[in-house]
Write a protein that binds this ligand. Structure first.
Ligand code: G3H
Ligand code: 13P
Ligand code: ZN
Length: 339
């Protein structure tokens, strides 16, 4: 295996094709968890092995820079070895999240990623097709799967900042999928990135005064499914912004006012549709931050990172088990897919 040029097949991981086929047929979704450090990776591996869930390890370009791209490839290799050492036959895809250039996607294909996203959705439609097609042509040579995007999510998409969401136009999807050859399509139906998915003015309040966000546009999702039947759809910005973590963070000195996410029931509904991949980053960040703040708040004399990163990792692992079981429906599907 050369340092700078390695296929994911040499590492022993898988692309997303078979996972999505099974998810579509079984009416569940594959969780895509973002990571950039060892504790997150341990939590994802432990949580998915414990719940026997197929999964996608997802890395943004910022995370790739943070973790170091050479180390990252060995982290993925290590994750597979760890899974085997736990007696599991589970496997996973290593995916570039929100790739914004052909060069970045190519670099990931060449350094062991099994799947890449080219996010050209902020470009005009024809330019989006052209750039996405270019990535697909390169990725195909190594049997790497490609996710494209149509429509723009509000919030921050790595380096791409969108003030307002622009829902995916069902009229565009058939042509985009045919012209680009993508393996999956990320759509915009009302989710957004980060912990502040909706402004309070967009929400109503329940009897306890808790913000209730507007529902996702399932009508658009259904129309898209009608236009491209059986085609894998991806939902970004799918964290629920779990209230218990926001409360702990605020109790121990944080300041996350009016943070609001996507209710779990809506994600569950999406997971039974053509949505085959659900992206979750913020909930993991919140879970870890909550436990780090709590531990340091309660034990001000503690300065061994293992003493606060350990509880943070355990909390993230528990969150992942819970998501796989009750939101994605992916728990227990590992054996079906990987034997
Ligand atoms: O969609 C964006 C992901 O949450 C990654 O965020 O660019 O801060 O790593 P990041
Ligand atoms: P959240 O910010 O809702 O976790 O979304 C993550 C995501 O879409 C990564 O691509
Ligand atoms: Zn995203």
């Amino acid at each position: 295996m050369s340092e700078q040029n390695v296929s994911y097949k040499e590492i022993g991981i898988v692309n997303t094709r078979d996972m999505f086929k099974r998810a579509m047929a079984g009416k569940f979704a594959i969780p895509a968890y973002n990571f950039n450090n060892m504790e997150q990776l341990q939590a994802i591996v432990m949580g998915c092995v414990e719940s026997d869930s197929p999964f996608i390890l997802q890395v943004s370009s910022g995370a790739r820079k943070y973790a170091n791209q050479v180390l990252l490839r060995y982290l993925a290799q290590g994750a597979l070895a760890m899974i085997r050492s736990m007696g599991s036959r589970l496997n996973f895809a290593l995916h570039l999240d929100h790739g914004d250039t052909f060069e970045l996607c190519k670099s990931c294909v060449d350094t062991g990623f099994s799947s890449v996203m080219i996010d050209a959705s902020h470009h005009p439609f024809e330019k989006n097709i052209e750039l996405t097609r270019q990535v697909v042509e390169y990725a195909r040579q190594r049997d790497v799967t490609v996710e494209g995007e149509l429509g723009v999510l509000a919030g921050i998409e790595d380096d791409v900042v969108a003030a307002k969401s622009i829902y995916t136009q069902p009229d565009d999807v058939e042509r985009f999928v045919k012209a680009t050859g993508v393996d999956s399509l990320a759509i915009s139906i009302g989710t957004s990135h980060g912990a502040y998915k909706f402004k309070p003015s967009q929400c109503t309040r329940d009897e306890k005064g808790v913000l209730v966000p507007p529902p996702l546009r399932f009508d658009i999702l259904e129309e898209i499914e009608r236009r491209i039947p059986g085609f894998p759809i991806v939902l970004h910005g799918a964290s629920s912004v779990v209230p218990k973590y926001v409360e702990i963070i605020n109790k121990y000195g944080g300041k996350l006012d009016d943070a609001v996410g996507i209710p779990a029931e809506q994600l569950r509904r999406a997971a039974t549709s053509a949505v085959c991949k659900v992206n979750i980053d913020s909930d993991g960040r919140l879970a870890m931050t909550a436990m780090i703040r709590k531990t340091l708040g309660e034990k001000p004399k503690e300065f061994d990172p293992r003493k606060y990163l350990g509880p943070a990792r355990d909390e993230l692992k528990d969150l992942i088990v819970e998501k796989n079981k009750s939101v994605l429906g992916s728990a227990g599907k590992g054996k079906e897919i990987f034997g």
